[in-house]
Write a protein that binds this ligand. Structure first.
Ligand code: AMP
Length: 409
């Protein structure tokens, strides 16, 4: 069974085609600047086919998906002969609110529920709904599955997900912590259990998803009990351009003083803050690490703030879990920066954490799962490259198989 995984943004559409018999990635790529001018980047990963990268007009997501299907089936760049080889489509959907605790087969009822989740993610969910519609327009009645970033965190208890504001905002408006990066956490926690040779249901895990967006999750016996992002992906750790946790009264101060509208203020907190705002140089950790090494004190400070805040969150989750068996690092920074990992872990000597410095230093830029714990470390320290697309494809396969069994019965 071949599954097409789609991650639609407001002007982009990323895709991967995965053969689920062997879990082999056949091709991946992305359409960008949809509705502006348009380009398509395509990379076949089987056979000797060349890559494709051209500016092509992409007025709508329908046009983008048409171009993707054309690429996947083209004699020159393609990896399949016809669209009929694609058995199902799995969509990444950012926000499922409280309506979705796990992945679902898309139908009219689900589409209505997705529409109702738009106020919770007004920047992301509409694009992902558009992506689903594009598949229906271009691929007909192919089964489609929605996989939610928030789903994994729905096991959090109220004491972790409620904000201390009047309760009616939760009851009437569903204002609460939801958390994100759920598919990534599902992948890395299952992988950690496999690495440790223990059932996931027996482990207390803290997972640090450190990328352009960063969050941490506490996972007890396979279930999320707390996570650092909230109603939106803005709070928690400072990130590339997001501020992370902040005193909400700062907004009022700045809006009054500079006359910002609420949209302008949120734009500053989402796009101009974090590592970019602190350093004045870049949101990219590669640039920050390089500049800090060259003596840039603000880049050094930005990195210090990031690793200090990350350590504080990890420490608070050690308390929430009342112990921890393993700390996992994943995503762009977590997988590739020995220095950031070492700085965060330097706060956990008291727990008996011991880093294998050589293994840590050599762990970057590859796909392996790596144990960077030193001899006798009381907590296992693991670096696990995430694979959200594979989780989406697996859910899609499982749901479609269940549907077929149901139809046969
Ligand atoms: P992601 O959102 O998971 O794609 O991660 C993107 C982030 O990973 C960016 O901030 C990059 O700077 C960071 N990153 C990628 N490679 C490295 C590296 N070798 N060292 C430090 N940070 C990296």
């Amino acid at each position: 069974m071949k599954v097409l995984v789609i991650n639609a943004g407001s002007s982009s559409l990323k895709y991967q085609l995965i053969d689920m018999k062997t879990e082999t990635l056949l091709a991946k790529g992305h359409c960008g600047r949809i509705g502006i001018d348009g380009y398509l980047k395509h990379k076949p990963l089987v056979g000797e086919k060349p890559c494709y990268y051209e500016n092509i007009p992409l007025p709508t997501h329908d046009d983008a998906l048409k171009a993707v299907v054309h690429m996947l089936t083209s004699p020159e760049y393609g990896v399949i002969e016809s669209m009929s080889e694609i058995a199902a489509v799995g969509h990444r959907v950012l926000h499922g609110g409280e309506a979705f605790t796990s992945s679902v087969l898309v139908n009219d009822e689900v589409m209505q529920a997705l529409e109702r989740c738009i106020p919770l993610a007004p920047l992301h969910n509409p694009a992902q709904i558009t992506g689903i519609h594009a598949c229906t327009h271009i691929m007909g009645d192919i089964p489609q599955v929605a996989v939610f970033d928030t789903g994994f965190h729905q096991t959090m208890p109220p004491r972790a997900f409620l904000y201390a504001i009047p309760y009616e905002y939760y009851e009437n408006d569903q204002i609460r912590r939801y958390g994100f990066h759920g598919t990534s956490y599902r992948y890395v926690t299952a992988a950690a259990a496999e690495m440790l040779g223990r059932p996931l249901e027996s482990l207390k895990l803290i997972s640090c998803h450190l990328g352009n967006g960063s969050s941490v999750a506490a996972v007890e016996y396979g279930k999320c009990i707390d996570t650092s992002m909230g109603l939106t992906p803005l709070p928690g750790l400072p990130m590339g351009t997001r501020c992370g946790d902040i005193d909400s009264a700062v907004l009022q101060f700045l809006m009054k003083k500079y006359g910002y509208t609420i949209d302008e203020m949120l734009h500053i907190l989402n796009k101009k803050s974090g590592m970019l705002g602190l350093s004045g140089v870049s949101p990219d950790f590669r640039d920050l690490l390089h500049a800090a090494e060259e003596g840039d004190t603000r880049c050094r400070l930005a990195l210090d703030i990031f690793t200090y805040q990350a350590a504080k969150v990890v420490g608070s989750y050690v308390a929430a879990l009342n112990g921890v068996d393993a700390i996992i690092f994943t995503a762009g920074i977590g997988e590739n920066s020995p220095q950031v990992r070492a700085e965060i872990l330097s706060h956990f000597g008291y727990l008996g954490c011991c880093v294998n410095e050589e293994a840590n230093a050599q762990c970057y830029g590859h796909d392996h799962w790596t144990d960077i714990s030193g001899p006798g470390s009381a907590v296992k320290l693991l670096v696990i490259p995430t694979n959200e697309e594979l989780v989406i494809a697996r859910d899609t396969r499982d749901i479609v198989h269940a549907l077929r069994r149901q139809k046969k019965a």
